[in-house]
Design a protein around this ligand. Structure first.
Ligand code: PEP
Ligand code: MN
Length: 337
């Protein structure tokens, strides 16, 4: 349920409404917008008398929210969420470019890539230390030492780091990363979602390969229900009957999610296509469709990469692409006035 308050509501009346609701076990999220303040009520609202609340002097309107996700719902929080990561912001009209290797392979590799992508305009460094691989015989990532190499690359470049958490037991090692990534394969690992909801680092949830928007938003809801509102959504392609590409990029996710949620939306054209030559057109399409950012795999030697070489861009290919993306983003802003 949402309660839309009149402009400048009387403080005492507002406090008594809030404490009355809290006594009924309702959790209240307040969203202060330019025109209106909205109270988002979470909990068992079925017994609340909607007419009684609507009749209060300070209340403009009351609406039931049908969707099962509440905190993630734009109706609860009409303004876009903007997430501060280091000295960069995700959302709110910025274009975040997360770039880096699929897996961290060595300190030299990740530092060199971090320097190159930063020079091209990337705002965050990606790289996996713990890798979810389809085969147990494939490279599984460097583990804790990979996280240390990412931190070394951050110290050299100042780029905040985003890296995947695969298992609850790894969480203590993630205290010093900037954004925790929950991979597609773990989108519905509810224990993991609850755990990252109980800490305060931003969490980027990649869409499960067969997840609906609602299932994906419910995963965000798990994190937010724990108290962590810094959630980012990343579309990385879904499974369809098409086998030419690794997955099928769902660009409609951008306008649909924009309508349903206030959370920032990132597009990953690398895992979506599996082919380096498809990264540029789809990244451009994502910016044109209004994405808040991109996650792109970049490797100094894709032919010898330990993971996902065929979809990785060389730094010299990423460089003009990053510049084009930033330029397109600026051009679109001028069109929107
Ligand atoms: C990744 O970003 O390294 C990754 C494994 O992505 P996804 O979970 O989208 O497959
Ligand atoms: Mn990868």
């Amino acid at each position: 349920m949402i309660v839309i308050l009149k402009h400048n509501p009387n403080r005492d009346q507002l406090e008594s409404l809030i404490s009355w609701l809290q006594e009924k076990g309702i959790i209240i999220h307040t969203s202060v917008g330019e025109a209106h303040t909205i109270l988002g009520l979470v909990g068992d609202t079925s017994k609340l008398d909607i007419d009684l609340i609507a009749a209060l002097d300070i209340v403009d309107d009351v609406k039931r929210v049908q969707e099962p996700y509440k905190n993630a719902n734009r109706k609860f929080h009409p303004e876009d969420t903007v997430i501060q990561v280091g000295n960069t912001q995700i959302g709110g009209g910025t274009l975040t470019i997360m770039a880096g290797p699929c897996s961290v392979e060595s300190e030299d590799q990740v530092v060199a890539i971090a320097k190159a992508v930063k020079a091209s305009g990337a705002t965050m460094l990606r790289g996996g230390a713990f890798k979810p691989r389809t085969s147990p015989y494939s490279f599984q990532g460097l583990g804790p030492v990979g996280l240390e190499y990412l931190k070394a690359a951050r110290a050299e470049t100042g780029l905040p780091i985003v890296t995947e958490l695969m298992d609850l037991s790894q969480l203590p090692l993630f205290k010093d990363v900037d954004v925790i990534q929950i991979g597609a394969r773990n989108m519905q690992n509810f224990d993991l979602l609850k755990a990252v909801g109980h800490q305060d680092k931003p969490v980027m949830i990649k869409r499960g390969m067969s997840a609906t928007y609602e299932e994906w938003l419910m995963s965000a809801e798990y994190v937010m229900a724990g108290g962590n509102e810094n959630v980012i959504l990343c579309e990385r392609g879904i499974r369809t009957f098409e086998s030419y590409t690794r997955n099928t990029l769902d660009l409609a996710a951008i306008p649909v999610l924009r309508k349903l949620t206030h959370l920032p939306i990132i597009i990953d054209p690398s895992h979506a296509t599996g082919k380096s030559w498809l990264v540029e057109p789809l990244a451009m399409g994502a910016v044109a469709t209004g994405a808040d950012g991109l996650q792109i795999e970049v490797h100094n030697d894709p032919a010898h990469a330990l993971c996902d070489g065929p979809q990785s861009l060389k730094p010299e290919v990423f460089d003009p692409l990053a510049k084009k993306l930033l330029k397109l983003h600026e051009m679109l802003k001028t069109l929107e006035g």
